[in-house]
Ligand binder design. Structure first.
Ligand SMILES: [Zn+2]
Length: 82
């Protein structure tokens, strides 16, 4: 059994959203439907959440342990999108 099994939306007690997205939230959508975020480990080895729509950092925090080995090369690879 994966350690992630059993973790669902109903287990989150306090959601984090972009305040700009909440101000622009269309009446027919929920914050969950409208949010457009990404998250991951940044170059300082901290957990970071970004709003993609507004290109804003929403939160950064340290984790006691990382979910996977972060000792690998952190040089940014250029990505190309079409
Ligand atoms: Zn936003």
């Amino acid at each position: 059994m994966s350690y992630l099994e059993g973790y669902t939306t109903s287990m989150i007690s306090s959601f984090a959203h972009c305040s700009f997205c909440l101000k622009e939230l269309p009446n027919h959508l929920t914050p969950q439907e409208y949010s457009w975020i990404e998250c991951g480990i940044n170059y300082d080895k901290k957990f970071q959440v970004n709003c993609i729509r507004h290109d804003k950092v929403l939160m950064v925090f340290e984790m006691k342990s990382l979910p996977f080995d972060q000792t690998c090369n952190h040089e940014r690879e250029e990505e190309e999108y079409e």
